[in-house]
Design a binder for this molecule. Structure first.
Ligand code: UDP
Ligand code: MG
Length: 316
């Protein structure tokens, strides 16, 4: 199979017939063998029955239904697991992304060596309250990840080589950082494609104003948990050791100073009268604590299985 289109959706009943029709037209025109995986992230509207109808009409359509709303990342993750195409395309359900971009996305992955192609909504049809924070978010993510060629990390329209989706896992709110996660997993050919963007046709955005606060908190946790989540000792350990060593060397200095003053017969000064002494104690204690924190985190991380606790209700 050439292409799997994975569509995460939450209350998008009105858009689905139009979206799937449009995708099908593009696939047929380009002779692609394909599947469309509609992942219903616990919709409260009639999305699921629309999916069942569409499935009746077209064998290329399949549906996965979550028992409740687990978020876009979880929806993408099960879509990734189910996808069979050589190229996997993700797309929002709300008709803001254009299926007409699919042939070029496919070509970049199959013929131009891309591991991941991320869409860039150069001209966006979103309110300014959303586009300005998004610019800031993208600049920070660029700087932190070193992926300098992406303008729009969180674009819903992306294409992946099959290997990529099979080797990464997204959970929590990670959908915003998939290019970063892919890079960490060793997929370095990350490309960008300017894509058409349309205003939302039906319904309203599923992410409120809190998205930016969340986005920045996620950024922190992605970078720290992503880098150190499996080896927390690598984060806490060095800081602890450095702090301990600072304290240790100050102590050595104080003791040698005292011994010298005794040897020279100069005025005896009590160690506990020196502010440095308390600093060294503090540094040794903090260092030890940090080291032990790293040790405990290391033990905990071996037993954590928080990921992917979502429940799939039905698969068709
Ligand atoms: N979505 C989802 N689960 C959620 C929230 C959103 O699957 O909990 C889907 C949503 O239905 C849409 C895509 O993620 O297909 C992007 O959401 P939306 O269009 O609301 O985001 P925006 O375009 O405003 O960034
Ligand atoms: Mg949208």
């Amino acid at each position: 199979m050439d292409i799997s289109v994975v569509v995460p959706l939450y209350n998008e009943a009105e858009s689905l017939p139009e979206l799937t029709d449009w995708i099908r037209r593009v696939m047929v025109a380009n002779n692609f063998s394909y599947e469309i995986i509609l992942v219903d992230d616990g919709s409260k509207d009639t999305s699921w029955s629309v999916i069942l109808d569409l499935k009746q009409q077209h064998e290329q359509i399949s549906g996965i239904k979550f028992r409740r709303n687990y978020g876009k990342s979880a929806a993408l993750n099960v879509g990734f697991a189910a996808a069979q195409g050589e190229v996997v395309i993700t797309m929002d359900a709300d008709l803001q992304d254009s299926p007409d971009e699919i042939p070029e996305l496919y070509d970049r992955v199959m013929n131009q060596g891309a591991d991941l192609v991320s869409g860039w909504k150069q001209k966006r049809y979103d309110p300014i309250t959303k586009t300005i924070p998004t610019k800031l978010f993208n600049a920070v993510t660029r700087a932190m990840s070193g992926i300098n060629n992406l303008h729009d990390f969180n674009c819903g329209l992306k294409a992946y080589k099959k290997d990529v989706v099979k080797s990464i896992e997204v959970y929590g709110e990670m959908h915003r950082y998939i290019p970063v996660i892919a890079k960490w997993a060793g997929f370095s050919n990350i490309q960008e494609q300017v894509v058409q963007h349309y205003p939302r046709k039906y319904g309203t955005t599923k992410f409120g104003a809190g998205r930016f606060v969340k986005g920045f908190l996620d950024l922190m946790s992605i970078f720290f948990v992503g880098k150190f989540g499996k080896r927390p000792m690598h984060f806490f350990g060095p800081i602890g050791v450095i702090s301990f060593l600072i304290g240790f060397f100050i102590t050595v200095y104080l003791i040698s100073e005292k011994l010298m003053s005794i040897a020279n017969g100069t005025v005896y000064r009590n160690v506990t009268d020196q502010p440095l002494f308390y600093l060294s104690l503090l540094a040794i204690m903090i260092g030890t604590q940090l080291f032990l924190t790293g040790f405990i985190a290391e033990l905990l991380s071996r037993n954590s299985s928080e990921r992917n606790k979502y429940q799939i209700e039905r698969v068709v």
